[in-house]
Design a protein around this ligand. Structure first.
Ligand code: TXA
Ligand code: MG
Length: 364
């Protein structure tokens, strides 16, 4: 990947009082207006932002990530005034915004002609989202423009949910990195396309398919349309490995007992097991992440087994876990599959990509 040698400035917002934070937002807003790049926290994952209306600034995002510039970006806004971004707001979008904005929901609508092709990957539609994160909203307001932002990772790596992971990937590649707590949701936003005749779910996230159907009625979700090769054998050349760590990820689908029996004969200390209590309630919804250490549940005596007490907890921690497993040098990661309903659909969507669709049915 091309070296950029940008003198990156980092600010840990958790260590600041409100007045100091405001100064940082002003500085970061000025960087955005001047065409620079700023990494910022959101409730889903950290974003790598630039002025959505400035084609050169948007090029800086692709350069930083090291990815081809044909991928459409989400425009982040601080309020519902979308003039200059979309050409019209359909009634269904208003209903969704009423209910879920600010929040982890990106809505795709017909774009305003003023939005540069670099931002939308040449499409005539644009994805818009209002993040539910005070620092993100303050930054967008200070910038005074929509901020185009993909996840703040080097292309192909798991999305970052902590300040530290953003620094790991993007030091020297962006102008500013703003650090906050661990992202509350941990998976990228739900994406719904309202530019056609029928609402279409393109990417499941924390706003679930069931919730969208409750608001809109019919919502189409065709996993194979967005997830090519679903359930098919591992693709040669890792073509589909999007959220991939270096370790080989394998999903195990079956009862907890069947999963444990399977692991007994196949798992060694070189590999990590991730068990998820799919029926567990979220015990710790407001966990604040220190960003320095990560490890298996302290109650567990085997360090190569990570347990999550709920799907919500697993969603919040999964990308960090994949990166941590690489740090520890694990060669493989076994992950217990969960039912593909609610947030489980979104978690499995990311896990299947990380596993290159390698799903083993385990039986007792
Ligand atoms: O939670 C999130 O959405 C995070 C945070 C930073 O907001 N952002 C994020 O961006 O995940 P990114 O670039 O990693 O994923 C954006 C996805 C891409 O898969 C892209 O293809 C799709 O959104 N997308 C964006 N605009 C689109 C459009 N007009 N039509 C279809 N897909 C679109
Ligand atoms: Mg991404």
């Amino acid at each position: 990947m091309e070296e950029l040698n940008i003198p990156t400035r980092c600010y840990d917002l958790t260590a600041m009082d409100e007045a100091s934070r405001q100064k940082v937002y002003e500085e970061a807003g000025a960087v955005i207006r001047a065409g620079g790049t700023v990494v910022f926290p959101t409730e889903t994952v950290y974003g790598l932002g630039a002025n959505a209306m400035d084609p050169l600034a948007v090029q800086g995002i692709y350069r930083a990530k090291g990815r081809p510039s044909d991928n459409p970006l989400i425009i982040h806004v601080a309020d519902r005034d979308l003039s200059g971004i979309v050409s019209e707001i359909p009634p269904a979008a208003v209903r969704l915004m009423d209910r879920y904005w600010p929040g982890p929901l990106t809505i795709i609508m017909k774009k305003d002609p003023g939005v540069p092709a670099q931002t939308t990957g040449g499409l005539d539609t644009v994805g818009v989202r209002m993040p539910d994160q005070p620092a993100a909203l303050a930054l967008i307001k200070a910038a005074g423009c929509g901020i185009a932002a993909p996840s703040a990772n080097i292309s192909g790596r798991p999305s970052p949910t902590t300040f530290r992971r953003c620094q790991e990937d993007l030091m020297g590649r962006v102008d500013l990195i703003l650090g906050m707590d661990q992202s509350r949701v941990g998976l990228e936003s739900t994406i719904i396309d309202l530019s056609g005749t029928v609402p279409e779910l393109l990417r499941p996230g924390a706003i679930t398919l069931e919730e969208l159907r409750a608001v809109l009625g019919e919502v189409v979700y065709v996993p194979s349309a967005t997830l090519q090769g679903d359930e098919s054998p591992r693709a040669p050349g890792m073509k589909y490995r999007h959220y991939a760590p270096r370790a080989k990820v394998t999903l195990l689908r079956g009862t907890r007992q069947a999963v444990q029996l399977y692991l007994q004969t196949r798992k060694d200390e070189q590999t990590l097991a991730v068990l998820i209590d799919a029926d567990g309630l979220d015990q710790n919804p407001t966990t604040s992440w220190s960003g320095t250490v990560f490890g298996p549940d302290a109650a567990d005596s085997d360090p190569s087994v990570v347990r999550f007490g709920s799907v919500t907890e697993a969603a919040r921690e999964i990308f960090e876990t994949l990166r941590w497993a690489d740090d520890q040098g694990y060669t493989g990661i076994w992950v217990e599959a969960v039912a593909e309903t609610g947030l489980g659909l979104s978690l499995m969507n990311r896990l299947k990509k990380a596993a290159a669709y390698d799903v083993v049915e385990v039986k007792e």
